[in-house]
Design a protein around this ligand. Sequence first.
Ligand SMILES: Nc1nc2c(ncn2[C@@H]2O[C@H](COP(=O)(O)OP(=O)(O)O)[C@@H](O)[C@H]2O)c(=O)[nH]1
Ligand SMILES: [Mg+2]
Length: 200
Amino acid sequence: MSKIHPTVTGIILAGGRARRMDERDKGLIELEGMPLIKYTINALSPQVEQLMINANRNQESYGEFGFPVISDQITGFLGPLAGMAAAIQSCDSDYILSIPCDTPWVPKDLATRMLAAIEKEQADLCVAHDGERLHPVFALINRNRINSLTKYLNSGERAVHRWCKQQRLAIADFSDQPKAFINVNTPEELIAAAEIVKSA
Ligand SMILES: Nc1nc2c(ncn2[C@@H]2O[C@H](COP(=O)(O)OP(=O)(O)O)[C@@H](O)[C@H]2O)c(=O)[nH]1
Ligand SMILES: [Mg+2]
């Protein structure tokens, strides 16, 4: 009998304040004529059953990309974990797969590698690794983590790394994809990313 494939909802995290980008809404900033978030939509949407966007500002503009827009349920800009919690609360998939909105070169095999790793390790959470360090905002999370997430946030904690270390954690290696975790946090990094797009 064939194994039933678990369902995955993709969530693009665009809910930050973008302090290092002069508080401009990062997902909507254009990189070589295309909004940053559109690069991540194009990469993730073919990999998941359903895609959602997590935003705490400009929800109407984000809605124009054609996917449901959800806001943090625990307000106050508590960081990416608040967006992940909101995603689990807004879908009924077995897993959510979160990525940030500021990474134009998301791996095309992100979901398959993360699922393989989580199943192999029988873990509740899988986080991406670039060969040197973890990138815990790229996370495949079993929906059974919702109570852990809300408890952690309600206790005043917000550090993603620390929460991850408390879980049964699998790690997916993407050291073969050096561009995967390039992210655009500052105006200077936007210029550098534009150079990469132009030279591709
Ligand atoms: N939902 C939500 N997302 C956030 C919040 N703060 C940051 N993020 C998202 O988390 C991701 C990583 O944030 P970023 O500022 O780029 O931090 P970096 O990891 O240092 O690059 C981005 O996609 C942000 O939109 C928040 O308070 N709520
Ligand atoms: Mg970033």
